[in-house]
Design a protein around this ligand. Structure first.
Ligand SMILES: Nc1ncnc2c1ncn2[C@@H]1O[C@H](COP(=O)(O)OP(=O)(O)OP(=O)(O)O)[C@@H](O)[C@H]1O
Ligand SMILES: [Mg+2]
Length: 214
């Protein structure tokens, strides 16, 4: 499903990823553990097509992202990927419902019944009309999970999704993410610096100084 081979990424002359090899099977939930600055977010951004590697290749479904035109890369990001972030990244001036509908609008999907279905699945359908600031952190991350799944992407990329939650909410969010990913057969790559979060996934790899440890 996702194959990285010899991926290198530089910021200026500083290498951040130094030859990353990683294979993630379809439907697999993998976590990448590493300390701050080890290159985790850089890695996820490359898999999500937000940026391209300087060397090496990233193939998703057998297609090399570097071979895509700008339009193809935009379509890939919109349709195939769902992102979950540490600070939720909900749009503050629109409601919960409208936040979750956003990926549908971007993909010209008119069936907004999916919005309520996912809000129900993450347990906050009753808060659909609220604004993000009127929700707790755990609730906001549930909204973000609904938003990441609503357009039926194949890949979920989660960058420290519990990084701003307490232990109880972290556990709940991880349980929910794991259950939804399993139900829908999603391929999930989650990055974290916390061992106990990584243990929610079946498979765990470590990244240090820009390489995945064997
Ligand atoms: N846009 C950028 N320009 C220059 N340097 C960058 C940029 N983004 C990241 N870096 C540097 O690349 C290295 C890896 O950053 P990255 O954000 O991938 O680490 P991380 O593992 O996600 O860290 P954290 O756990 O703190 O989120 C760091 O040294 C960082 O300072
Ligand atoms: Mg990061």
């Amino acid at each position: 499903m996702i194959r990285l081979e010899g991926v290198e990424k530089y910021y200026g002359s500083t290498p951040v990823l130094k030859g990353v090899n990683l294979f993630v099977e379809r439907g697999e939930f993998i976590s990448v553990m590493g300390s701050s600055g080890s290159g985790k977010s850089t890695l996820l951004n490359l898999i999500g097509g937000m940026d391209l590697p300087d060397r090496g290749s990233i193939a998703v479904n057998g297609k090399d992202l570097s071979s895509f035109s700008d339009d193809q890369l935009t379509a890939y990001r919109r349709q195939k990927v769902g992102f979950i972030f540490q600070f939720f990244n909900l749009l503050p001036n629109i409601t919960v419902f409208e936040n979750v509908r956003m990926p549908l609008l971007l993909n010209d999907i008119t069936d907004s019944s999916r919005v309520l279905r996912y809000l129900e699945r993450v347990g906050i359908a009753d808060k659909a009309g609220r604004f993000p600031r009127e929700l707790s952190g755990g609730e906001q991350q549930r909204v973000a999970i609904a938003r990441a799944l609503v357009h039926a992407p194949e890949v979920i990329l989660a960058d420290e999704p519990t990084g701003s939650l307490d232990t109880k909410n972290s556990g709940e969010v991880m349980d929910l993410l794991g259950a939804l990913a399993a139900e829908e057969g999603k391929t999930v790559v989650l990055v974290t610096h916390e061992d106990y979060i990584a243990r929610y996934s079946r498979k765990m790899v470590r990244i240090r100084d820009g390489v995945i440890l064997p």
